[in-house]
Design a protein around this ligand. Sequence first.
Ligand code: MRU
Length: 362
Amino acid sequence: MAGMKVNGTSTRAIWRVAGQPAVDIIDQTALPHAYRILRLASLEDTAHAIRSMQVRGAPLIGATAAYGVALALLRDAGDAALAKAVATLGATRPTAVNLHWALARMQAHLAPLPASERGAAAWREAEAIADEDVAQNRAIGEHGLALLRPLAEKRGRLDVMTHCNAGWLATVDHGTALAPVYAAVDAGIEVRVWVSETRPRNQGLLTAWELQQHGVPHTLIADNAAGLLLARGEVDAVIVGADRISANGDVANKVGTYLKALAAKEAGVPFYVAAPRSTLDFACPNGEAIPIEEREGDELRVVHGAGSDGRPAALRQLPAAEAVANPAFDVTPARFVSEVITERGSAAAHALATLYPEECGA
Ligand code: MRU
């Protein structure tokens, strides 16, 4: 599976700027209306990028945080600065455990080193985290393809539904949920992706944009259309990503995932979750223990897009005084998940420990 392309050029979602103490990202708040590269050169830049969702998606948040630690240590590589960087980045978003996984890995790697060696070591470790993400997602693509191929053979084509954006934009490259889709396309399978809009932040538009860049046929739907399409037999499989999977296999992912899982179960359609090791939280017993991010109400009250002149525009659809609730994630119980696809293969959600025996004493 080749890397993803923007306007025909291979591009990661984050990369180190050659010869400079900085990383570049694709500003995901500008997409799909504008393709803009942003340069991050400090701890504050990276924390802001994660908080404001210029970068988003669990694996990409983790990789960005790792680079953020490296940028912080350029200024001060002492113990206090390292601890501050980890704490600052760790407070940006609560649900995706990849963030905390990456920060714990950076801390464990750097803390035992003398301060004079930490800067270079931090860049190496951040690059390793990014490269491993790419390799793991490629493997998820292959394992996912093994599940999708029989479904495609039955019908001579494949209609997949996804939610939010768990494509290459949400990772360093390839994506998690979309990696099997890209692998299926590469294998010559005729694929169409049902892309759900994903109110309120409309990450489905990011999915549509990246599928378009990769030439994958897709159709955008309102979130509320998913049940009908599943009931009508127009979907062969649902594939989503995850922000955190607890030890018992419950899956936290973008709000609305749970409704799709319920509808898929009723319709007898397989519901797959694709996630790398960094999304698995074996220390978290179950879904109830997963912190669910509550985001600001204006994400519902104000709609962002492009005006008739093509420039970014905001439209208020609800007065500021209207009460809104904006939980950004929900939890799908393990029993609604057909398989979790990881870089080590796939397993029932409740049996993930069998894929990672060294981590769970299984
Ligand atoms: O709030 P977001 O856009 O960061 O949420 C992203 C998701 O919920 C994704 O499905 C998840 O992070 C998996 S990304 C490979």
